[in-house]
Design a protein around this ligand. Sequence first.
Ligand SMILES: NC(=O)c1ccc[n+]([C@@H]2O[C@H](COP(=O)([O-])OP(=O)(O)OC[C@H]3O[C@@H](n4cnc5c(N)ncnc54)[C@H](OP(=O)(O)O)[C@@H]3O)[C@@H](O)[C@H]2O)c1
Length: 316
Amino acid sequence: MSTVNTMRAISQRALGGPEVLEVIEVERPEPRPNQVLVRVRAAGLNPTDWKHRATGGFLGEPPFVLGWDVSGVVEAVGIGVATFKPGDEVFGMLPYPWGHGSHAEYVIAPVRALTHKPSSIDHTQAGALPLVSLTAWQALVENAELRPGQRVLIHAAAGGVGHVAVQIANARGAHVIGTASAGKHDFLRQLGADEVIDYRDTDFIEAVKDVDVVLDTLGGETSVRSLRVLRPGGIVVSILPVGSDEFGEEAERLGVRAVRMLVDADRAGMNAIAELVEKGELRPTIAGTFPLADAAEAHALGDTGRTKGKLVLVVD
Ligand SMILES: NC(=O)c1ccc[n+]([C@@H]2O[C@H](COP(=O)([O-])OP(=O)(O)OC[C@H]3O[C@@H](n4cnc5c(N)ncnc54)[C@H](OP(=O)(O)O)[C@@H]3O)[C@@H](O)[C@H]2O)c1
């Protein structure tokens, strides 16, 4: 356990596999104006954590502490923070990509990244939600403006983003089609999927058509091929933001829209997510929880790309 002025965090001195992760003891930060110091109770893990651990990504060379999801208790507030006070239970996504650092006992968050944690879920559930829910919300609602009755195709629907996207699309009254391996089809139906496709034995292009919105969580050729299942004016929102020009060019040729996006920290989106939780329309599925010290184990599991729902670090 750390002392009064220090905290434990998961850091790395080199890029590489899960084994580069180590527990370090560092000084506990102080909130500056418009910042909140959160005592972390739970912090979700996301593919961007494994990608940054291995490649440095947007963050460059280590050392750094990963983690963008946070659920916890306000420990202290900086000058000017009127929205929260010490003791408040909050959750949110730290600004992506440079606001990282929630895989630790405490983290600094800009006040606008947080909202009040819904009382109907615990910290583990709340810590699982922010990044994937904001991604799904910004893709389906803000970019695609998904409406009741529209047909939406969600790739990798059993994954972190996908399983939340299915619920958000269902709550908006859309007709939801999801891809997953056969063993996860019951799970998708329970979440509200109307149709399921086993991507291992069925090419989605053969199985669906006249789609209004595709959420592309796979990238590569899936982005371009997804354009071909749209009805005129439909949209593919890809959350794999780097790719060839072919995506845009093919969209123009077909008379459809192609968008690539990165999730963006946002309290309005977090409030919308909290409201869905309060209405009972959104719940994360927890694939596994790990204490901070076992972060490497969680990364190794996440690295497989096969998890159903979310992995979460739980901090005592
Ligand atoms: N742009 C952004 O802001 C943003 C935000 C969030 C995530 N992302 C990216 O989006 C991707 C998905 O994130 P995530 O958190 O949902 O990942 P995840 O939780 O690791 O996804 C795991 C799921 O993917 C499924 N899957 C793997 N290959 C598949 C395929 N070919 N077709 C259908 N399903 C497949 C697996 O199901 P099976 O076992 O059935 O195969 C598994 O349930 C990652 O690359 C992540 O970095 C980007």
